[in-house]
Each structure stands twice: as C-alpha cells, then as structure tokens.
Design a protein around this ligand. Sequence first.
Ligand code: FE
Ligand code: CA
Length: 530
Amino acid sequence: MIDLSELRAAARAEVHVSRRLFLAYGAALSSLPLLGSRAEASTRRIAFANNPFSLGVASGDPTDSGVVLWTRLAPKPLDPDGGMPAEAVEISWEVANDDGMKQIIKTGKAVATPQLGHSVRVEVEGLKPDRWYWYRFNVGDATSPVGRTRTFPALDIMPEKLRFAFASCSHWEQGFFTAYQHMAKEELDVAIHLGDYIYEYAGRENLVRKHAGPKLRTLGDYRIRHAQYKTDPHLQAAHSRCPWVVTWDDHEFENNYANNIPEHAGVDPVEFLEQRANAYQAYYESMPLRPNSLPHGPNMKLYRTLPFGRLATFQVLDTRQYRSDQPNNDHASELNEAALNPKNTLLGEKQANWLKSALLTSTGHWNVLAQQVMMGMVGYVRPDGKPPLYSMDQWPGYAAERMKLAQFIADRRVPNPVVLTGDIHSNWVNDLRVDDRKPETPVVATEFVGTSITSGGNGTPVVLGLERLLAANPGVKFHNRQRGYVTCTVTPKSWTSDYRVVENVTKADEPVKALKSFIVESGKPGAHAV
Ligand code: FE
Ligand code: CA
C-alpha cells in the first residue's frame, strides 16, 4: 500500500501542485482498489425492503456489435451507500428481441461492488448491427424496468438516416426535466449529453426543487447528487428509450475548473485533486460508459470515437480535464495576447493529437465534434466602441488552438465537419471560419449550440441587443435563450437541426414547441434557416 499521507503532505507543502507531485499523487490515488472480484460476490437472494432499481436503467456507447447496459442498485438513493450492504452482489441481465422480453437472446451475470457504489455495467457483445434490443436486470427478488437500446450500423454501410438529440445543463433546482420528458418521446437512434448533467451546489430554498445535501466534496456527496437526479422519471424515461453518449463539462466536478486548477484561489490543491477523484468516480458509476473509462484516481479517459456506419462519426471531447487555466483571470476579455497565447490548450497535447488522427482516419461522411464550450468566436460589442469582449472559458480563451484546429479541418478536407456544443444555456447556430473575425474568408465548419434542459430557469424568447450582436458577428445565424434540446436528422445529402423549446420549466408537463430549423447541405459548410 502506498503511503498516501506522506505524498499528501508533500503536495500540500507546495503552493501549486507541481506536475511531478500531481502525477505522483494521482498515481497514488489511482492505486486504491475499485474493482471487486467475482469470487467475493454474494449470491444470497436478497429481499429488498425498497426497490433497488430506483435509478432506472440506461445503455450507452453502441458499436455495430454491442452496447453497454447500466444500472446502479440503490434501494435508498439519498444514502451515501444507496442503502446497500457493504458487500458485492451478483446481478443477472437479459437481452431480448422484443419489448415483452419473450425472445431472450442473451443472458449473463455481473457483480455490483460497494467500491463502485453498486453500479453495474455490462458490455454486451455479439449483437447484430443496426438493430433494436430490449434489456433488464434481476437481483434478489427484484426486476428492473425494461430498457430499449440499439446497435449502430455496420462500419462499411452508408445508412440512409440517423436521428438523434443533444442536450446539456440539467439543473435540478431550476426546473422540471420536461425537456427530457419530450426527448423520451422522440424516436431517436441515440441521445448525446454534452455536460452539466448535475450541478455541484448546495441545496437552496424557494426554487422548483431542492438539491439534497451540501456543496459536493466527498464521494458520498457526488453519489447522492447523481442518484437524486436519476430518480427523476423523465430522465429515467429518456435513458430507457435509446442509448446515450455522454461527456461532462465543469459542473460534474466544480464550476469553471481547468484541469487541477479551481475557479477561485485559496483551495487546498491536494483536497481539490481528491475532490476531482470523487467527482470523476461518481460520474463513472452513474453513466453507461465503457470500462475503459474507469477512473484512476483523479484521471479518467472520456474522449473517444463512435462511428454510425459511414454516415457520421462522433468524436466525443473532454475540454475540462486537460485544459490550461483560463487566461485573463477567466473574465470576459478582448482577444489580447493572453487569449491568443499558443500555449493555451482546451484539449491538452495528447487529446489534440488523438483528435487529429481520429479525424484523418474517420470514414464518416459527417464528422461531428461532440463537445462542451462554444467554438464560435463570438464578440460582445461594447457601447463605448472599444474592441469586443470574448468568453475566456470558451474556445476564444484558447483562440490559437481553436484556429489551428479549424485550419487543420480545412487543410485536410475533413468531410462535413459539425460541432455540437452545450454549456451556455442558450441556442446558437454558427458558421465557423478559421478566424471568425474575418467574415470575408470561407466557412469551414458548422456549429450547433444547444440550450439547457433547465439551467437558468425559463429564459426569454426576446434577447436584448440581438440585432447588434448579429451585426457584429456575421458567423452567428441564430441565437435564443429558452430551455430545450436539439434534434438532428442526418442523411448523406443534408443535416437538419431542429431547435425545440419548453417555454415554462417551473411548471410540470408543459408542452414542447418547434422553434426553428437549420439545414446544412453536404459538401457546403454553413447553416441555412429552413
Ligand atoms: Fe451549465
Ligand atoms: Ca458549464
């Protein structure tokens, strides 16, 4: 056993955690055992006082031959241990060809360990491509709800159509998950979550609902928060209807963090790293991710590639874990020397290199970056005529890397690049250029930014100063600040994004409205209103 306390003391002695200590401490944390072995699993038939499937079921990361099935046993979801005994529990799973679970085609056993919060993930293999399947779990005397999932088309096939939705920023306290309720009723091949799946803040009074517990810090805190969100029936329904592909943004850990750097100074660096390990582990436990995302202490690999036949290839990015600190103290700023510093990175060197080779080897007709922060270099005009201000937490704070990536996409003729974005609780459609400040240059990619599920409350259909914003930013084709999600219909000929809004999220069961649609023609980057 590595002496954690010694390393902890050494790391704490430094004002900033040095790279060396960061790695050493991270490695030490990562040596803590997470995986239980099958041998120690209890096979006794547990009689549960409460439903152990209170968090529902989910599936994710489909390939053309398999998919991940997920659940987490939590008879008492708001207890740190979920109300489970401190022992490994054997659970069985079934996959069927029909929603009645009559034609079972695969079964197996898995072990839910206390180390991983009694979460269960099963990598089902040997399925047929481009097919819908149904699944459920059994433990003791309890049976889970039936979930529906699917495989993606074979890699050498050009599918006629892909239909998916993307969403982000679901704040429990600021509204009902009505947008998820409607998403669950859309017939989607896959749903994509771009982060801020939970929020880390302490419970507050007089909002729509209340977070359980304090501001998140411990593993138990993060587990309870994820569990509370997962008790929402609309979120459960959305998960149970199709596979999800998820990535995180900042609030799964803490607002506007950059790698191991907190938003505000004065935080104990060692505690911050331990908190990150807790946050990442709870996220892993709560999501239908592949086991190769298993966290190692404060490190967890989330970036990955998912091809939907030859029609579309998704590159899922992580722009939080490896980024350099936001320049200009993370205040909105002119694109000054600090913002344009070529050393600034959102991706980190390893992920940036991976992304380049993933784009070069992609066989996708549409090449999708599923990521967090806005890539459009949107400048906010100032009334005094001074140069516009840009968000330093978004790609403009990392403008050199941003322009290099756009230049790479253009130079290497990556087919039909489309960027999907969350984070800022508002809808945007952006034509992306290598440098968005030069509207006379060619458009190289298209960006669809989706609004929040609830974050920010109801928002507004009227954006003050919108005309001035659009006039100053010719790349911006659309901007709106209501709640909702975006559905996308992709064919070999075109990409259509439909912006869906829920006008009132403070009242349950409100309707969804089709606000606006945009189309991208294959071979012609840039969006046009339908
Ligand atoms: Fe958010
Ligand atoms: Ca965010």
